[in-house]
Design a protein around this ligand. Structure first.
Ligand code: NIG
Ligand code: FE
Length: 426
């Protein structure tokens, strides 16, 4: 009768559960609901949440002899962030291009000259599986420190059979060793590699032939359907082939230009359409009738110094489910910090802090098919949560650019215990 918990977290100032949307993503008014419990408690056993409620109720219900107890008085608890769109596996960095961009060259001009994604491809092709797994593991460590407990990682800096497979194998290796949950996506259709510049369709054929060989390594297949990357017809060929093989479909689209990617996403019943900075009202209305999650990445226009952000408020008003992610990559968003993304979502896209938190947790989990396990604090779900050293959830975006995470708990285990001043006079 008396279940002994492994971990009991009590006196939580604001327990933000984000509960009630494990089956379907949050939309409309639901996006402003956070399921907050004041003076809350969380009971964990066997890596899962087994009970959630007020401290008063739960401390009577559970014996705690030998149980690890964490007191979170005056603090905020959230589900771990789900970063549902990243490219967190690549060689080198692009700090040199950052300086060129500040001086006026655009991202696409640099790509045309053989830089950008292509320079990262050169650096990634040089590395072996072990190097790549190590590099990626370090990025994931930072994510845990900043409160991300589930991440999607795309391949796409290899762009040939051998290199793409090497990247996917490295992702599999990190998946085995790192506490973060990883969902892998194949993005062979990132750009056309230089050796196929003159014969793009040969590369599309090659990609279609790669798909069965990478199937066991990736849940989703993605394509960059935009100016300077793949046309809507080329993307269609790849994604259709992938869908027929059983991949879930994702699409990078409308980041620079509208070339029909939204129609393609709808036609293929994609799980998500990502970026969408340049989307027309007509397409927002069409998206409403689909089940597609719009994954918005405000770190990208911010880092590219552009003033065009996805119309998040219009999407939400129209009943479209919205998620947030970093897009962590060396060219357009070299930051793993989901807290900063929440700030940008509020300041640049007019989302409320509550909408942004829902978008960065449960809706993001839906965007990678993991909402039944993660994304909210509910009995039966995996015990992924973060304790933040703030008094109110509004402080997440308000005190911006900071790391509020004090403790990260992954599958019921404390994996981050943060920052103590050695000699505070207070
Ligand atoms: O999501 N848009 C395509 N891919 C990445 C950028 C990758 C890079 O610049 O290295 C993105 O923005
Ligand atoms: Fe991306």
């Amino acid at each position: 009768m008396h279940i002994l918990p492994d971990l009991f977290i009590q006196n939580i100032g604001q327990l933000v559960t984000v509960a009630g949307a494990s089956q379907r993503p949050k939309i409309l008014d639901g996006m402003n609901e956070l399921g907050i419990i004041e003076n809350g408690a969380v009971v964990i056993r066997g890596g899962n949440f087994i009970d959630i409620g007020t401290t008063r109720r739960l401390e009577k219900k559970y014996p705690r002899k030998g149980t690890k107890i964490i007191d979170a008085a005056g603090k905020v608890v959230l589900p771990g962030f789900v970063d549902c769109h990243t490219h967190a596996i690549f060689g080198g960095d692009r700090a040199g291009e950052f300086v060129r961009r500040i001086q006026g060259e655009t991202y696409q001009e640099i790509l045309k000259k053989g830089g950008g994604i292509l320079s990262t491809v050169r650096n990634t092709r040089k590395l072996n599986t072990r190097n790549l797994a190590e590099i990626s593991g370090k990025y994931l460590d930072t994510m845990l420190l900043y409160g991300t407990t589930t991440v999607e990682i795309k391949s796409g800096y290899g762009l040939d059979m051998k290199s793409e497979l090497k990247i996917l194998k490295a992702i599999r290796q990190v998946k085995k060793t790192h506490p973060i949950d990883i969902v892998a996506t194949f993005l062979g259709a990132h750009v056309i590699p230089p050796e196929y510049r003159k014969a793009p369709n040969t590369y599309i054929n090659l990609l279609c032939a790669m798909l069965p060989k990478v199937k066991s390594y990736a849940t989703f297949c993605d394509a960059f359907c935009d100016e300077g990357a793949f046309s809507s017809e080329q993307s269609e060929r790849i994604l259709k082939t992938a869908k027929a093989l059983g991949f879930g479909v994702k699409i990078h689209t409308n980041e620079f230009k509208d070339i029909g990617g939204v129609s393609l996403a709808i036609q293929l019943n994609a799980i998500s359409a990502d970026h969408l900075d340049n989307i027309k009202q007509r397409d927002i209305v069409r998206l409403k009738k689909s089940n597609i999650i719009c994954v918005l990445l405000p770190g990208v226009p911010f880092f590219l110094m552009k003033d065009i952000y996805a119309p998040a408020r219009k999407m939400i008003e129209n009943g479209v489910p919205v998620a947030l992610a970093t897009d962590f990559n060396p060219g357009t968003c070299p930051s793993e910090n989901m807290q900063m993304i929440i700030t940008l979502a509020c300041l640049k896209m007019g989302m409320t802090p509550a909408q942004a938190i829902n978008a960065a947790t449960i809706n993001a989990a839906h965007a990678i098919g993991t909402a039944h396990r993660v994304g909210s604090i509910e009995a039966g779900k995996q015990a992924d949560m973060i304790i933040l050293d703030i008094q109110d959830y509004h402080h997440v975006p308000y005190y911006f650019g900071m790391n509020h995470v004090e403790t990260t708990i992954k599958k019921g285990r404390v994996v981050v215990e943060n920052k103590q001043l050695m000699d505070s006079p207070y």
